[in-house]
Design a protein around this ligand. Structure first.
Ligand SMILES: *Cc1c(COP(=O)(O)O)cnc(C)c1O
Length: 410
């Protein structure tokens, strides 16, 4: 295993990208699918934003430092990573908020269709927002696993307004066929809304090419935009003129400084703006995205698959007989960018690992989740992580009572 890790790292064309991140020495960071590591470009940009732009230029910065345009400018930068031509992606607010507006707008784009489809395994916020939108618009939510969509669509397709799914299962790391799902939903006349939280920045995405209708995603996972970074919303050009979101605010008005009492939406995706954007967070996210400059997403994907594949191989060899089951699919085309193991002591193991500087996370009740950001991880990191896990299990250090106590954030 060590020789293979060394050989794979020596042949890695993306190895130098790690220098674009400020990772503490000795830490193996496998939680970039929850909070991406700090890109080196962020601190100086934030310092300038605070000291010069805010401190000195003050309110003039809305014009002089182009603060007003930041949501669209950062949106376009994200668009480049998700296969979206300019003018269709907007950065701001949280995924939950963007999802609420996207689902509500979708319902209005498909009047007379009462069904909203989502995945029973979808991230909780996606399910809660779907339920909330359904209540508000008098729709019905059907929770249908992606694999059962063809059957459901054959029976009830003409009643489906929108289907909201994630290409990657946030727990297991399973990757679905975006083209097949999109095509099936759209052939039934419904709209396809993808939640790209676990895909943007991790996989090559082709929203325009697939003809996706709507998408949302967050800025703090594989995009490494920082804690609570702004999310994004994609509205395909063909839907923009009729895009009518439930939560409207003055920033999305055609003439925000006309201060009119009635709402006239701005042209383009700018109509999806809501309130005053979080400029410091947007500028941090914008700087973070430069970590992708010149990076070929196909190459990044190849390295990610190599890392997750190597993880599963190491687990087979080093963790055999220790109570673990690999959960993430082996087939590369069915694997997102994380490796997940099942073990009854998942929580305590993840806590004990973190004390050994190997940081992953736990998803209830029994999954150890290791997110792989190929911009800054090496095969050596993967080997260290699995080896450390083996040591922890073998010496039983995770059995200490302090590792059993649940912290606020798991
Ligand atoms: C992380 C994640 C979210 C997070 O939503 P926020 O509103 O940003 O907290 C939503 N959906 C999915 C699928 C996620 O993975």
């Amino acid at each position: 295993m060590p020789a293979r890790a060394a050989a794979l790292d020596a042949a890695d064309p993306l190895a130098a990208l790690r220098e674009r991140f400020l990772l503490p020495k000795g830490v193996v960071y496998l939680d970039g699918n929850s909070l991406g590591a700090l890109p080196a470009a962020v601190p100086p940009v934030l310092a300038d934003a605070v000291e010069r732009q805010w401190g000195t230029d003050l309110i003039r910065s809305w014009n002089d430092n182009s603060w007003w345009q930041a949501p669209l400018r950062v949106g376009d930068a994200i668009g480049r990573l998700i296969g979206a031509a300019p003018g269709q992606t907007l950065a701001g607010d949280s995924t939950s908020v963007q999802l609420f507006n996207a689902l509500g707008a979708a319902a209005r784009l498909r009047p007379g269709r009462p069904l909203l489809l989502t995945d029973p395994a979808h991230f909780p916020t996606d399910q809660y927002v779907a339920d909330a939108v359904a209540r508000l618009f008098g729709l019905q939510v059907l929770r249908v696993p992606a694999g059962d969509l063809p059957r459901l669509l054959a029976a009830e397709g003409d009643r489906v307004a929108v289907a909201g799914y994630s290409p990657v299962d946030y727990r297991t790391g399973e990757l679905y066929d975006m083209a097949a799902v999109t095509g099936a939903v759209q052939r039934a006349g419904g709209l396809m809304l993808w939640d790209l939280c676990h895909a943007a920045g991790a996989l090559p995405l082709r929203l325009d090419e697939l003809g996706v209708d709507l998408a949302v995603g967050c800025g703090y996972k594989y995009l490494s935009g920082g804690p609570g970074a702004p999310a994004f919303l994609y509205v395909a050009t063909r839907h923009q003129a009729a895009f009518d979101q439930p939560l409207t605010g003055w920033n999305g008005h055609a003439e925000p400084f006309g201060l009119s009492g009635g709402y006239t939406p701005a042209p383009g995706v700018g109509r999806a703006r809501i309130g005053t954007p979080p400029i410091l967070s947007l500028l941090a996210l914008e700087a973070a995205l430069t970590a992708f400059d010149g990076v070929d997403m196909a190459r990044l994907r190849a390295k990610s698959l190599s890392l997750t594949g190597f993880f599963l191989d190491c687990a087979d060899t080093l963790l055999a007989g220790l109570g673990f089951t690999a959960v993430t699919p082996r087939a590369p085309h069915r694997r997102g960018s994380q490796a997940v193991l099942r073990h009854p002591d998942a929580y305590a193991l993840v806590r004990a690992l973190a004390e050994q500087e190997v940081i992953g996370d736990m998803r209830a009740p029994d999954l150890l989740r290791f997110g792989v950001n190929a911009l800054y991880l090496s095969h050596q990191d993967v080997l260290v992580a699995v080896r450390t896990l083996r040591e922890v299990v073998l010496d039983g250090s995770h059995r200490q009572p302090r590792f059993q106590q649940r912290e606020t954030v798991t």
